[in-house]
Design a protein around this ligand. Structure first.
Ligand SMILES: Cc1cc2nc3c(=O)[nH]c(=O)nc-3n(C[C@H](O)[C@H](O)[C@H](O)COP(=O)(O)O)c2cc1C
Length: 255
């Protein structure tokens, strides 16, 4: 399974075998993260692997899973840093999926040091060998249909359809799937759905993180099909206050 295929077969794993992973694979995960660039090339995001094999240091927070390891995500407090964090974290999660390691994002759990190099801990990702099944068929994933996510202005080509399918599979906090797209033949306008009522900050930061995960899927699918993409922020849309969605970026597909 390659990293693109992992997009369609990964599921969140909530039960783990409390056994160590090879030191070599842990090192590969660290190296992989180190070599992954952030979404905007500027936001500060850092990661640490936290070992929990002796269960001495209890994980704190709601909806947690006991796992042998946690990948701790630290980031700056800006929307683009949360997006970058999601973008990098998902590459690590999919990489681990290809190595038969189970993962689960834990949005409200905390473990280990609260800060790293001046960056606050944002969330953790449980990982380790899965107790039970690690993969599933994509049809089993609970995801909104593309018809609910996209407004089509043009009929998308074969590869753009595949890219949208990969974007749709992105995991999100409470499976909220906040991404919405306006689809043209050569570009996507990407929006994050706004809730009707104002939401607490934790919800809006998690939404940015989710958007980063989804942008990672777009990037990996574009790479898989050798598509040349450019991500831009169009000021005229960024400045606008839309009622139902927040403009995130425009993704242009160059032929
Ligand atoms: C940012 C984020 C935070 C999440 N937080 C939790 C959590 O606290 N507890 C949990 O059990 N699952 C959590 N999840 C997992 C989602 O519930 C899960 O990805 C979603 O329901 C889709 O299921 P799937 O990953 O199996 O496809 C989180 C996912 C994301 C992306």
């Amino acid at each position: 399974m390659n990293i693109y295929e992992a997009i369609f077969n990964r599921r969140s794993v909530r039960k783990y075998v409390m056994e160590p992973l090879d030191a070599e694979i842990l090192e590969k995960i660290r190296k992989m993260i180190e070599n992954t660039s952030s979404l905007d090339g500027a936001s500060r995001v850092e990661f640490d692997i936290y070992e929990n094999l002796n269960k001495k240091n209890q994980v704190k927070g709601l909806l947690k899973s006991e796992a042998p390891y946690y990948l701790i995500v630290y980031c700056e407090d800006t929307p683009s840093a949360y997006r970058s964090a999601g973008y990098i974290a998902e590459q690590a999660v999919l990489y681990m999926t290809t190595k038969e390691i189970g993962t689960c994002y834990l949005g409200s759990a905390k473990v280990g040091p609260k800060e790293k190099n001046g960056l606050k801990q944002f969330l953790v990702i449980a990982f380790g060998r899965a107790e039970g099944t690690l993969y599933r068929d994509m049809e089993e994933a609970h995801r909104l249909p593309l018809s609910s996510l996209c407004t089509y202005k043009d009929e998308p080509g074969e590869y753009l359809k595949k890219i949208l399918k990969a974007a749709r599979m992105a995991p999100s906090s409470m499976n909220t799937q906040p991404w919405r797209f306006i689809v043209y033949a050569d570009r996507l306008y990407v929006f994050a759905k706004k809730e009707a009522l104002p939401q607490p900050k934790m919800f809006t930061t998690m939404r940015q993180f989710d958007m980063g995960i989804m942008l990672c899927h777009i990037m990996l699918a574009a790479e898989e099909f050798w598509m040349n993409i450019e991500t831009v922020t169009e000021e005229q849309y960024a400045k606008k206050n839309y009622k139902n969605g927040e403009y995130i970026c425009t993704i242009i597909f160059h032929s």
